[in-house]
Every structure is written in structure tokens, then in C-alpha cells.
Design a protein around this ligand. Structure first.
Ligand code: G3P
Length: 217
């Protein structure tokens, strides 16, 4: 499963990239607001750090304007994935921009039928938001499973990009189901390394090592 980082925080991306765990980045208007930076400038900087797909989202609502914004965003760097909302116009823009050879990430997906349409419109990635479904007492991971089954039934090549990941358990679950990609905030990715028994075990090893009086030379 590929790991994308869901942030426009360049320092956090750089830190995770050093570990080699960043296969791509996803941003959205809320994350750009949080970063407090100009979209073109910050997206260009991210594309310089990360070789994989960097999603940048359009804000227009009608297909012709989405297409225009998408082309502008794609000029930032060759690894831009144009992010389009899962609306009828978003799907039209997806079809048009995918036919021009752009990578498209269709976002704000909340149903299997939406995912089916995005695949038929030529999306490179579909982004089902699992945390937001859990927020309203639905099952986000069940949606990932449904999309996996449907895409596999027909051999769709659109990658399932599990988004709105809120916990390490979400990561395990979508990996178990077979999502192609997951995108998570930096703190969730860092938490994947923690286990209380690792900390406890390390503490015991270090205490015993001190008692040996030795040094590794
Ligand atoms: O990848 C989509 C993500 O940014 C949405 O996450 O936590 O705002 O639902 P969240």
C-alpha cells in the first residue's frame, strides 16, 4: 500500500520523506488554509520534495472552469494530480482532463456508485473519505471494501486512495482490505511506529546494558 501524506506542511513532509515513507501528498483547500501559504508556491515546494503524485484541488464548480483551473494547477509540476470533487461537473472535468493525459484524483467520495462513475470517467485515484462516514455512524471501511470488490470485478485500474484517515486502526483496516493508497495526516503516520511494549522493552534493555558497564566500540 502506498503512503501519501495529507498535509500542506512542508516541514512535516520533509521529515517523513527522510524516512522514505512518502509516496505522494494530498492537499485540499482546508489544508492550504491551515498552511497559511500561497497555493502555487507551497505546492511547487512540495513537488520538489516528493517525486510521487501531489494532489492539488480545484475550487471552481462548473466543468469548463474546473478544467481551466486543473490545467493551471498541472503547470506547477509534472507530478501534480488534479483533484476534482465528485459532482456531475467534476466527473465531466475528470473525463476531459484524463483524456488530455493528466492524473486525476476524484475526491469527496462517499458511495460505491460514486466510485464506479469516477472509474468510468477515467480517474487515476478515487478518494473515499472514511473518517467522515464514521463521523455520521456509517462504516467508512465497509465502503473501501465495496469499492475494492467492484473495481476488481471489472478490472478498473483507478487506484483506491483511502482518505480522511483518523487513526492507526484505519490504516491497518484499509491495508487489510487492499486499498492501493492511504493518505493520512503526519501525526497518524508517526504513530504507526509506536507501541507501548516497544518502549517498555527498550527501557529494560537499556537498564540492563548500563549494568554491564560495556560500550560498543
Ligand atoms: O484526505 C482528505 C482529508 O483531508 C479529509 O480528512 O479528517 O478532514 O475528514 P478529514
Amino acid at each position: 500500500m502506498k503512503f501519501f501524506v495529507d498535509t500542506a506542511d512542508v516541514d512535516a513532509i520533509r521529515d517523513l520523506a527522510e524516512l522514505g515513507v512518502v509516496d505522494g501528498v494530498t492537499t485540499n483547500p482546508s489544508l492550504i488554509l491551515k498552511a497559511g501559504r500561497d497555493i502555487t508556491e507551497v505546492t511547487r515546494e512540495i513537488c520538489e520534495i516528493v517525486d510521487g503524485p501531489v494532489s492539488a484541488e480545484v475550487v471552481a464548480l462548473d466543468a469548463p472552469a474546473m478544467i481551466e483551473e486543473g490545467r493551471k494547477l498541472a503547470r506547477i509540476a509534472p507530478n501534480i494530480a488534479i483533484k476534482l470533487p465528485l459532482t456531475w461537473d467534476g466527473l465531466k472535468a475528470c473525463k476531459a482532463l484524463a483524456s488530455e493525459g493528466y492524473m486525476i484524483n476524484v475526491t469527496l467520495c462517499f458511495s460505491a456508485n460514486q466510485a464506479l462513475l469516477a472509474a468510468k470517467a477515467g480517474a487515476s485515484f478515487i478518494s473515499p473519505f472514511i473518517g467522515r462516514l464514521d463521523d455520521i455512524n456509517l462504516d467508512g471501511c465497509e465502503l473501501i471494501q465495496d469499492i475494492r470488490t467492484i473495481y476488481d470485478n471489472y478490472g478498473f485500474e483507478t487506484e483506491i486512495l483511502a482518505a480522511s484517515i483518523r487513526s492507526v486502526n484505519h490504516v491497518t483496516e484499509v491495508a487489510r482490505i487492499g486499498a492501493d493508497v492511504m493518505t493520512a495526516p503526519p501525526d497518524v503516520i508517526r504513530k504507526l511506529a509506536s507501541h507501548p511494549l516497544t518502549d517498555k522493552g527498550l527501557d529494560a534493555f537499556l537498564k540492563d546494558w548500563e549494568k554491564t558497564g560495556q560500550k560498543i566500540l
